[in-house]
Design a protein. Sequence first.
Length: 679
Amino acid sequence: YRNLENLKDSTVINWLKQQGTYAFDVLQHISGRQELIDKFIGSDINKGFSIYNIKNTVDGQYFYMKALSHEDNPKLYYRATKSSPEILLYDPSLYSNKEEYQVNLYKPDWNGEKVAVSLSKKGEEASEIIVVEVATTKVLPGIVKNCTPSIGKIHWLSDNSGFVYLHVPVIDPNDPDYWLNTRAVVYKIGSDSKKLNDVFSKINNPEVFLNPEDFPYVRNYDPNDGYLFGIIGGVSSFDDMYIKEENTLFSKKSPWRLLCKQADKVKKVRVYNDSLIFISGKNASKFKICKTAIKNPDFDTPEVLVSEKKDQVITDFELTKDGLFFTTVRNGVEARLHHFKDAKEKEIKLPNPSGGILIRSKGPDYSSLRVSCNGYINATTYYNYDFLNNTFSLENFNPKSEFSDFKNFIVEEIEIPSHDGVLVPLSIIRDKNLKKNNANRTLFFGYGSYGAGGNPFYDPNLLSWVSEGGILAIAHVRGGGEKGEAWHKAGYKTTKPNTWKDMIACTEYMIKEGYTSPELTAIWGSSAGGILAGRAMTERPDLYKAVVLTSPALNMLRCEVQPNGQNSIKEFGTVKIKEEFEALLEMDSYHHIKKGEKYPATLVTGGMKDGRVAIWDPAKFVARLQTSNASDHPILFGVNFEDGHAGIGNTPVELFEKYADALSFALWQTGHPDYQPKE
């Protein structure tokens, strides 16, 4: 099926269109699907509006994205203080009268006087950046093009005269040079954006070792510390990092100096006086927080401030006037907040138990600490923490969401033995009155790549599966970062089989313990999670009744010729090395399809604009599966020609439809009486 890789072939395009037309027609005839969509829309309307991506400046200004319940395209808003009147700062629908753009990222300058706003077309990651003046809400002259802030972000210079962004020479995902030879570029407000002011790249900085696939980031973490950091980014757990005094940024006589290499295992750095505070993974798989001199750093034997924990992973830290605050997580699902000062460490009790927390401060000169808490069955809640009084004050902008369907939901956090005896964390979300009678539909979900933490997330659409009487089982498999870097490396390249074998073990456990049975199980994997779900399906087709794959990576032997494929070599391997070729073959679901095997019902979805997993990857899998499958279960391929990766840039209603497609398909196949096809 290599011919399906040729997306210029009209027969391939016609086949993709026919597959999409057929799949969406079948899905629309599932009873209950439209009711699910209506339910999602109704919940959205009842909320009235939704606020997210809140940012605030050191002097108390607030910026945020907001969408009213009837709006498909959120707008950027501003408040001078939390209690000040709301001001509409920018409406993305005004950007073009030809095509619809939406805000995919924004960044206020350090004083909150200007905001860089990144805009992209539906389904695309390529962006254009404009600058909005806060006092007047006017768009300043100049448009910066060929950006992908979803990867490179936007970092303002300390004097607010401009910002650094990642320039992408080729923005067409179908071009072989897509995302290669990117450059960190400074745009000065009011200057000619076509003249690239290159400050960190392979071309401009011979002192920096950069491969074509690397992303050269420049970060400004604090406008008062005097330093910029150059990071050789990508998909690796750790990066080479360079440092430069900001006042020499444009001087060729002051090159970037190497600060640390990947082997130093530095995860985060912040400047404090003449020192660097950083998270280290060196001889500490669960990480430690260390300190070293900024001029002559020692990453081998630094001063250890917070030692590695036995059963918790250190995930983040922030510096404040009141000391250092840091977060830990146990098994990826039990988060804690801690304080450190004068060699003393103590845990701070959170207002409510939390599966994941995120902390942000205004810097070491301020007492401010902002804490957001979330979990599987609780929406994200924002607090301001007062250290002197040890109190949390609520800082929510959103109306309180009440879902009566969720009031009896509970989360069980357990660990189960995998194929080799290693204990794998498993989150089981269910109704508290559910009985273990092997009669419960169970949807398994997991990811397990790039060392991603797999922290709990609140998703009311996904929780609808539980509202329909089912169980949601989230497996924290190896390849993720739930138990630290060793957990990541235990599902990486040659050890990747642990990722799907852990999922299989979790499924077998749920069946053995009476939660469910093979006729009632479904599995859902997205993007790199397609490796997990695709290989679980092809290795144990008897274990699952339905499979849902969203923008999935299924043809790993061809991974490195895909968009961003060269970068993914760092995580999965290359066919040019024998052992890594064999590892890629083992994790390749397409190559594990067997002729005459009875496979589960399968729904695969993908977008023609996907710049991460090319549509031909799942297409080859579907074509081979449809030909080889000996069962009468449907194999559907929902191709959307306007979509990007995993529904990026979709409107709320479009996302509701995607959830309804996946859930109604799985409910149909597992025999739910309310989700059977109409005549």
